[in-house]
Write a protein that binds this ligand. Structure first.
Ligand SMILES: Nc1ncnc2c1ncn2[C@@H]1O[C@H](COP(=O)(O)OP(=O)(O)OP(=O)(O)O)[C@@H](O)[C@H]1O
Ligand SMILES: [Mg+2]
Length: 459
């Protein structure tokens, strides 16, 4: 104020009135004393806050009418003070005090007070909002917390050594990760382990199955929409999964089923790191690591022009290939051992497999991979009598195909021959490939015509 200057054409009286009105309209309480400590002025807000009426204090020494007032100290020591707590009945407030100088001499002092009720109210509101935010964070975090880490992966020192090592490095990179493997090989398990391992683990892991959501909804699921962007849109719009997984991981499962028109949009987002909501004009930055998985051969889909080549390369920053369980026979035994150990109870501490049952399990092809193996063992554990699992306790499918000597009655030669034939054809097709070329080679190798081969596959 000391350096403030006002030019006006008002008379001294008018000017004083004008100044009083101005001070009166300030939203903080103001009290002014002169050099003798006598109250000269209080504004309306001061009365509102403290409940002290001007008539009871103006013209009187402040120290007499307001016991313990600190403002007179400013006259003596010329110091400014801030944040002094005061209470008047139910009202709490804080005051700042300052001396008023003219020509380097103290001519009075001013105190400015703010009600704490409003501060309290705002603090309470803030606390409420914070609690709500925490609850939301917990819910979201709970919903999207990963369950698995690399410690949960069985076979990481065996058949899965390479994919696990690659996945661990990928967890610390900013690259997109493509996980390929047959159904039930543990693709989602890997995706979760990668998220839990890396620096994104404190943020959400959001899985979405691209095959399970209708194409027309998928775009707004991924990117969200603005309010009013279509007739059934929700008030306030919708937050997309990209935004929800910000700083975390977005797991796009069954990426091979992503509709071609969305493939272009996904590519743009990955290239630019920005999303635009459906019906929105502005773009928003997102920082998300994208992990995709598929049990289809994505390379082949690219060849058939059902998957964009540019997107394929973008997603395939790091490729993790999980081989099928039948190619990891030693892992089958590991799983069996672990599941058997887990099955032990105080009454029956050790559950055992007979040699025949163990052979059947290792010989079986496991088209459903680990998931199917888990189910088969759990089935056998429920069917067993005592502490021993025999082939007859295994699911029929496993029993039939895992051993050529295990057939339901009647166990005819015809049945055995048919089964053996199928097994050899399957192995051969696996070796030469499922293409027409591969099938021609298989037929040639087995000394049958292509038509016969097709007949037998169709059988
Ligand atoms: N190596 C492993 N160690 C421990 N558990 C495993 C392993 N591989 C798979 N599993 C378990 O097998 C089940 C199937 O795994 P998951 O769902 O990850 O497979 P998936 O490849 O995503 O299958 P789908 O293609 O059908 O979606 C899960 O219960 C998973 O925990
Ligand atoms: Mg899966």
């Amino acid at each position: 104020m000391g350096n403030g200057s006002i030019t006006n054409n008002l008379s001294e009286n008018d000017y004083t009135d004008w100044l009083e009105e101005t001070i009166d309209s300030i939203n903080d309480g103001i009290l002014v004393i002169d050099v003798h400590g006598v109250v000269q002025f209080v504004n309306t807000e001061y009365t509102n806050i403290t409940g002290v009426h001007p008539d009871t204090i103006v013209g009187k020494p402040l120290k007499d009418v307001r016991k313990g007032a600190v403002l007179p100290k400013a006259l003596r020591d010329g110091k400014r003070r801030e944040g002094i707590y005061r209470r008047e009945g139910q009202t709490e407030y804080v005051i700042d005090t300052a001396p008023v100088y003219k020509n380097e001499e103290i001519i009075g002092a001013v105190s400015v007070c703010k009600s704490l009720n409003e501060v309290h109210y705002l603090t309470k509101e803030l606390k409420k909002s914070k609690e709500q935010l925490l609850r939301l964070e917990n819910t979201v975090g709970h919903m999207y917390r990963t369950r698995y880490t690399f410690d949960d992966i069985v076979g990481k020192d065996n058949g899965l050594k390479t994919p696990v090592e690659t996945a661990k490095k990928a967890a610390y990179s900013e690259l997109n990760i493509l996980i390929q493997g047959e159904s039930g090989t543990g693709k989602e398990l890997f995706a979760q382990a990668i998220h839990s391992e890396g620096p994104r683990s404190k943020f959400p892991f959001i899985p979405i199955n691209c095959a399970a959501i209708p194409a027309e909804l998928l775009e707004s699921e991924l990117f969200g929409y603005e309010e009013g962007s279509f007739t059934s849109s929700k008030k306030g719009g919708k937050v997309g999964l990209f935004e929800l997984s910000n700083y975390g991981t977005l797991f796009l499962d069954e990426i091979g089923d992503l509709p071609i028109e969305l493939q272009a949009k996904l590519l743009r987002v990955l290239q630019e790191g920005r999303i635009r909501k459906v019906g929105g004009l502005e773009e928003e930055e997102v920082d998300v690591q994208v992990i995709t998985a598929t049990n289809k051969d994505l390379g082949k889909l690219v060849e058939k022009q059902r998957f964009r080549e540019d997107l394929y390369y973008r997603l395939n920053g790091v490729a993790i290939n999980i081989s099928p369980l039948r190619d990891r026979k030693e892992d089958i035994q590991l799983f069996i051992d672990i599941l058997m150990e887990d099955a032990g109870s105080p009454e029956i501490p050790h559950v055992n497999l007979t040699k025949e049952a163990s052979q059947t399990l290792t010989q079986y092809d496991w088209p459903g991979n680990t998931r199917e193996l888990f189910n088969a063992i759990h089935y056998a554990l429920s069917m067993r009598e005592g502490n021993c699992i025999e082939p007859c306790h295994l699911p029929e499918l496993v029993r039939k195909h895992g051993s050529i000597t295990e057939f339901d009655n009647p166990q005819s030669l015809k049945e055995i021959v048919k089964y053996t034939e199928q097994k050899i054809i399957k192995q051969s097709i696996k070796k030469y490939g499922d293409s027409l070329e591969g099938k021609k080679k298989t037929a040639k190798k087995l000394g049958i015509s292509l038509a016969t081969l097709y007949n037998k596959i169709g059988e």
